[in-house]
Write a protein that binds this ligand. Structure first.
Ligand code: GLY
Length: 366
């Protein structure tokens, strides 16, 4: 087993990565079960695919569990579901010393973490991510949120989990499209500041998608190590270090807005196209060699990910896409900080980007 620590001074926590971890997770969770019982939040898909095995290992460990099931997909991250979830937690007499278990993908982790943050002014929670995207990104770092009418993740809080348990074997039943969407976030860590890891992704892409357990575990571990390091350096995105994790996300959120935050374009797919756009925009600004942008797009294409507006199914013009960007949480005093690149592994935060120029660039991409 690999244990990665998130070294936050006031509440450090561990991330365990082990193939087959789910099969005996009951034993790992025993210290977290108050009076031999835990509360579990999951969604309809995970309830079918993973929950029976999870419940069996809890039974083996003598732990009783009560489960709350969310609808699958972004619909699970609404005010309505938050109200249902918090009512249920109160009916279950949740206490601050409980550790609520988030068993699922990013949606389950985000809403469970937010519910844990607000219920009784703060309960602990444990993340057991079941998708690649949740394993390498959303389960680590304590960003929790629900969606509101004005946009995605606009109501939320920083609330760190007490523990993250990652079983790479869970990826074996994940649809390829979901796996590819998570792979975009894996590649992102290479693009931010680790060119050698980008090359690892390129060299091992076929093995990764072919199911090689060692390559999958290495990709997850290296991603989580990067995320843990960045979160420990800038937990609440104040200094600019954590903002590096938003590479591709400003373009990506605009693409997601244009496609209705729906299954037409998964978040990871939008991030892939967003990263390809960020690299091409950096080339346009004379910051980045064109070859690097081509290499980024080629790797993402090999994973079956979109790298252009049309591949992402986006039809809006540049002005409309930039309007979506203006709703970004990071917009401040009329300026939108942008992640640009001087090359692969050399991402930086720029506050000098002119949104009208971004619109013209997007029009040139159509
Ligand atoms: N997913 C970006 C972050 O955790 O900061």
């Amino acid at each position: 087993m690999t244990v990665i620590s998130v070294d936050l001074s006031n509440r450090p926590y561990d991330i365990h990565v082990r193939a087959g971890l789910l099969a005996d997770v009951g034993a790992v969770l025993t210290p977290y079960a108050r009076n031999g019982r835990i509360l579990v939040v999951t969604d309809e898909n995970v309830a079918q695919a993973v929950l029976p095995k999870f419940e069996a290992t809890l039974r083996d460990a003598g732990i009783a569990c009560a489960t709350f099931t969310l609808p699958a997909g972004e619909a699970g991250k609404s005010w309505t579901q938050l109200e249902r979830l918090t009512d249920w937690l109160l009916e279950q007499h949740v206490e601050r010393s409980d550790h609520i278990i988030a068993l699922g993908g990013g949606v389950v982790g985000d809403i469970t973490g937010f519910a844990a943050h607000i219920i009784k002014r703060g309960c602990a929670f444990v993340q057991i991510p079941t998708t690649l995207l949740a394993q390498v990104d959303s389960s680590v770092g304590g960003k929790t949120a629900i969606n509101s009418a004005a946009g995605k993740n606009l109501v939320g809080a920083f609330h760190q989990p007490a523990l993250v348990l990652i079983d790479p074997e869970l990826l074996s039943t994940l649809p390829t499209r979901q796996l590819a969407a998570g792979f975009a976030e894996v590649v992102k860590y290479g693009l931010i500041d680790d060119k050698a890891f980008f090359e690892f992704c390129a060299d091992n892409l076929d093995s990764f998608f072919g199911g090689d357990p060692d390559i999958r575990a290495q990709a997850i571990i290296r991603s989580v190590q990067s995320k843990a390091r960045i979160v420990a350096a800038d937990e609440t995105e104040r200094t600019g270090t954590r903002a590096l994790l938003n590479l591709g996300h400003t373009f990506g959120h605009a693409l997601e807005a244009d496609t209705g935050f729906s299954d037409r374009l998964f978040h990871g797919e939008a991030v892939a196209a967003g990263m390809a756009l960020a690299f091409r925009y950096s080339v346009r600004l004379g910051l980045c060699p064109a070859q690097d942008a081509q290499n980024v797009a080629q790797l993402l294409q090999r994973a079956g990910l979109p790298t252009t507006l049309s591949e992402a199914g986006v039809t809006a013009n540049g002005a409309t896409l930039v309007d979506y960007m203006r709703h970004d949480k990071k917009m401040s005093a009329g300026t939108l900080p942008f992640l640009l690149a001087r090359g692969i592994g050399q991402t930086f935060l720029s506050k000098d980007v002119v949104l009208d120029d971004v619109a013209a660039f997007l029009d040139s991409e159509a």
